[in-house]
Design a protein around this ligand. Structure first.
Ligand code: FES
Ligand SMILES: [Fe+2]
Length: 377
């Protein structure tokens, strides 16, 4: 079906010819950035927390989906729930960071309190208000889990999470990721547009030129890596290097070990190996600023613990190598804006084009719905 021509701040939202990158304006424009938060993030399943921080009743994690603060809460009935992080009195944000609220989550402003299932529990000077307390509980959002990961979604019309994440659930089950323990975590403030970092996470071209440790772990280019493009995600199954394959097989692992590099729209890069699981989450802060949260899990057995120090160092080193090159792309944008759009390699960068098409499709859909609404109303 053809769609009406639409653009955001001069960036045409139509799909590019195969192999052509988005123009530089899509990585610089504040209007484009705001549209992404609204129409991409707020319509997607977004990684918001990890299960180890939500183990006990009353445990909470405050997070964000696009512009919207949300809170994940473990109920005293054992259920995991997600809510909009806003008090039903006058809207103060209820939770910050990570912690345990005990029996009730209490608003710091006028002390309205909520049970861990979201019901309104207490209103000081109740006689001041005519409203029914049972209609003023916390507003729920959709929540799903995969391995140790928790996702939230604000859009009731978005597909089910299992459909959204493609291979993710199955791949995490295969390596028993739900039983893994947190091994280490890093966070970095990076002065780049969030899409540039997501794209780097799907770029199989730079590995041999930018990375040392990572380049030693995967087999050289041309060794039969397989790309899988799904409706809201994509994966590369990359065979590991001969040296690592020998170690994996000797340790009782699979005969043809692969590393699965993934992307789940909008901003999660899962990396699943036969022995551990890591992710990069790219949180957009401004058109030219993002925060990278990078975490790794392992089985916490003797072989995993022996490798942890090396893995931790390599992970940080690899992230810093990526940050350096992606920052160069951001710094080059004012020059790139004067040039025709860049190019994507046919195999090694195929997932970047897929990502850009998913972003454009979400923008067209979101803006199209707004136009329809305006027309109807
Ligand atoms: S805004 Fe929360 S109690 Fe008033
Ligand atoms: Fe990299």
């Amino acid at each position: 079906m053809s769609h009406p021509v639409m653009s955001v701040d001069g960036v045409d939202l139509r799909d590019r010819p195969e192999g052509e990158a988005l123009p530089a304006g899509a990585f610089r424009s504040a209007t484009f950035f705001e549209a992404e938060l609204e129409h991409v993030f707020e319509k997607s399943w977004v990684h918001v927390a990890d299960l180890p921080e939500l183990a006990s009743p009353g445990a909470f994690v405050a997070s964000r989906i696009g512009r919207v603060p949300v809170v994940l809460l473990r109920g005293h009935d054992g259920a995991l729930r997600g809510f909009l992080n806003a008090c039903r009195h006058r809207g103060a944000m209820l939770a910050e960071g990570t912690g345990n609220c005990g029996q009730t989550l209490k608003c710091p402003y006028h002390a309205w309190s909520y049970r861990t299932d979201g019901a309104l529990a207490g209103v000081p000077h109740r006689e001041e208000f005519d409203c029914r307390a049972d209609g003023r509980g916390l507003a729920p959002i959709r929540v799903a889990t995969a391995g140790p990961l928790v996702f939230g979604c604000l859009d009731p019309a978005a597909p089910a999470f299992t459909e959204w994440a493609g291979q993710l659930c199955e791949a995490l089950t295969e390596v028993a990721a739900a039983e893994m323990k947190p091994a280490f975590r890093f966070a970095y403030d990076v002065p780049v547009n969030w899409k540039l970092y997501v794209e780097n996470g799907q770029d199989g071209y730079h590995v041999q030129f930018v990375h040392d440790v990572l380049a030693d772990l995967v087999a050289p280019v041309g060794s039969g890596a397989e790309n899988v493009l799904e409706a809201h995600s994509s994966y590369t199954l990359a065979p590991v290097s001969a040296q690592l394959a020998q170690m994996v097989v000797a340790g009782g692992g699979p005969a043809d070990p692969c590393i699965r590099f993934g992307h789940v729209l909008p901003n999660l890069i899962p990396v699943i190996t036969p022995g551990d699981f890591s992710y990069l989450r790219i949180d957009p802060l401004a058109p030219d600023r993002m925060r990278l949260v990078a975490r790794s899990f392992d089985p916490d057995d003797a072989p995993a613990r022996a490798l942890r120090g090396f893995r931790e160092q390599s992970f940080d080193r690899t992230n810093r190598q990526d940050i350096a090159v992606v920052t160069r792309v951001q710094e080059g944008l004012p020059a790139s804006e004067r040039l025709p759009p860049g190019l994507h390699g046919r195999q090694l960068e195929v997932r970047i084009g897929h990502f850009e098409r998913m972003v454009l499709a979400a923008l067209r859909r979101g803006i199209g719905e707004l136009v329809e609404l305006r027309r109807a109303g």
